[in-house]
Design a binder for this molecule. Structure first.
Ligand SMILES: Cc1ncc(COP(=O)(O)O)c(C=O)c1O
Length: 361
């Protein structure tokens, strides 16, 4: 008999799964490596989840999460038929690849969210990776020549934080013969978002998450907005009960508390902009961020940037129990560090740790 894993499909045998950000055990860590919120969710969420934790848990949840679709549709000025919810926005990205990856390829920009290639690997689809250059603005020429069935654009992008204007996105969506997904996991921290483009482009999908601005990474909830026909396709592929009862209750409470969301987002944006300015004062290059993280190229005390410098600061942070993210696999990212915006105390600690590292030489 073969070893059991040899019965897996050949492409799955070769697959490297997604690597989630490190989750430390033990006390005392400052965890700013996965862009979670440092602030708790709206108090209305816990209340709604506790209320929903009753005898009705023996029943399946609302299969299409209709109350959530209605609330999100109201929030964005859409029809409920234009919205679908999932077990995190990853669930929606997965549904999109499963539904639209065909013999033409799946395309995404590099660097961007590292889940896309994994989803393509699971589906055994072809991929076209379109590289950014150091400007990190959309490479229009390469995108204009693209032959793919579905294209993922992360905006604001991760790990850079750079957001793309609706004018730039329209240029790409209007000329692309296929589905364009604008992954807006960080859009609440940006000045512009692509939802208004849904009225103009039938081939556009916009995805959102509760994991960042809403402070609800733990309940796993996200949604996609698109033309009704696209939502119908995704509904056919979706697991019947992909959003559990407690998550539906908590998510609805979070959506209804927009003033809490706005207050958290404003606080994080202020902190983000303060630290970007502080690091620029050190002479460090930092992309303008429209997200809840900063992508910064540190310099050592001698004023040198580079791979060794970024690695050295990454390790120094770790030794001081601060977890951030380092992306060594590309020359576009290997001199940078991505730091999620924490609360004021956490960021003060980050700042003091940088000063210590600089003094150490
Ligand atoms: C660009 C992007 N899209 C989607 C996600 C995943 O969101 P969710 O937690 O809703 O699955 C992330 C998480 O880091 C992300 O960075």
């Amino acid at each position: 008999m073969n070893s059991p894993s040899e019965y897996a499909l050949p492409h799955i045998q070769k697959l490297h799964g997604y690597t989630p950000g490190f989750q430390p055990t033990g006390e005392g860590w400052i965890k700013i490596n996965t862009n979670e919120s440092p602030y708790p969710p709206s108090p209305a969420v816990a209340e709604a989840v506790c209320q929903a934790a009753n005898e009705s848990l023996r029943l399946y949840p609302n299969a299409k999460a209709i109350p959530l679709r209605e609330e999100a549709a109201k929030l964005h000025g859409l029809k409920p038929e234009q919205v679908i919810f999932g077990n995190g926005s990853d669930d929606l990205l997965n549904l999109l690849v499963r539904s639209f990856a065909n013999e033409k390829s799946v395309s995404y920009l590099m660097p961007s969210y590292s889940l896309y290639p994994v989803l393509c690997g699971i589906q055994d689809s072809g991929t076209v990776e379109v590289p950014f250059d150091r400007s990190m603005s959309l490479p229009f020429d390469a995108l204009a020549d693209l032959d793919a069935n579905i294209l993922f654009i992360t905006s604001p992008n991760a790990p850079t934080g750079v957001g793309f204007s609706n004018e730039d996105l329209s240029r790409v969506i209007g000329s692309f013969d296929g589905i364009v997904v604008v992954d807006e996991a960080y859009a609440d921290f940006a000045n512009e978002n692509a939802v208004e483009l849904l009225g103009k482009f039938k081939n556009l999908v916009v995805t959102r998450t509760f994991s960042k601005s809403y402070g609800l990474a733990g309940i796993r909830l996200g949604y996609a907005m698109a033309n009704e026909e696209i939502i119908d396709v995704l509904d056919r592929v979706r697991d019947s009960y992909n959003v559990n009862r407690l998550t539906q209750a908590g998510g609805l409470a979070a959506l209804r508390d927009q003033s809490y969301l706005k207050a958290v987002v404003e606080k994080l944006k202020r902190t983000r902009d303060f630290y970007r300015a502080e690091w620029e004062d050190l002479g460090w290059f930092c992309y303008p961020s429209a997200a809840n993280f900063l992508f910064v190229e540190p310099k050592n005390a001698k004023g040198e940037a580079g791979r060794e410098v970024a690695e050295s600061l990454f390790e120094f942070f770790k030794a001081n129990k601060i977890l951030i993210r380092y992306f060594p696999s590309s020359p576009l990212t290997d001199t940078f560090l991505r730091i999620s915006v924490g609360d004021e105390d956490q960021m003060l600690h980050v700042s003091e740790t940088i000063q210590k590292w600089l003094k150490n030489g």
